[in-house]
Ligand binder design. Structure first.
Ligand code: ZN
Length: 175
């Protein structure tokens, strides 16, 4: 396993990759599992609770996630070629953040519950319903596969301000 660099919005080349629509995976094989292992390790190290493959520069439809709370056992989850097959009319507001938009947090309104279908780490098809933080996280990560960032759900002013702040922080860190 190895740590990958997480792409961030302050870097123009990174942003171009993050804006890509990720390609479907053709087979869940050992090569793909190695990428999922790297993604999980990178996510834990960041630390974060969800990561899409495009965030480490691999525009393929894979998400890793772990929603275990501090003190709980690790509970890694893998979603290959995920689909959202149903969205509730009921909405839910949550203050989101993103490893590709470091230190920016803002409220995003999304469907409170969704039904999803995906292939797991073993390549088996799974269907389930998500609610609460799980629903927020899977929709946030699914957006990444479509080239959409959570700041794209904010007003243009807030989005530009967010990117400016990430740039400023990156420059300060490099100085
Ligand atoms: Zn994100």
């Amino acid at each position: 396993m190895s740590l990958r660099r997480i792409l961030t919005v302050d870097n123009k080349a990174d942003l171009t990759v993050l804006k890509q629509v990720s390609k479907p995976v053709t087979a869940v094989d050992d090569g793909l599992r190695a990428l999922m292992d790297d993604m999980l390790e990178t996510m834990y190290a960041a630390p974060g609770i969800g990561l899409a493959a495009v965030q480490v520069g691999e525009p393929v439809r894979i998400i890793v996630m772990d929603l275990a709370r501090e003190g709980e056992d690790k509970a890694p989850r893998y979603f290959v070629n995920p689909e959202i097959t149903w969205r509730s009319d009921e909405l839910f507001v949550y203050e989101e953040g993103c490893l590709s938009v470091p230190e920016i947090y803002d409220e995003v309104e999304r469907p409170a519950r969704v039904k999803i279908a995906y292939l797991n780490y073993a390549g088996e098809r799974v269907e389930e319903e998500a609610e609460g933080l799980f629903a927020v996280c899977i929709q946030h990560e699914f957006d990444h596969l479509e080239g959409v960032l959570f700041i794209d759900h904010l007003s243009r002013l807030k989005r530009e301000r967010a990117i400016k702040k990430v740039k400023k922080d990156a420059q300060a860190a490099a100085a």
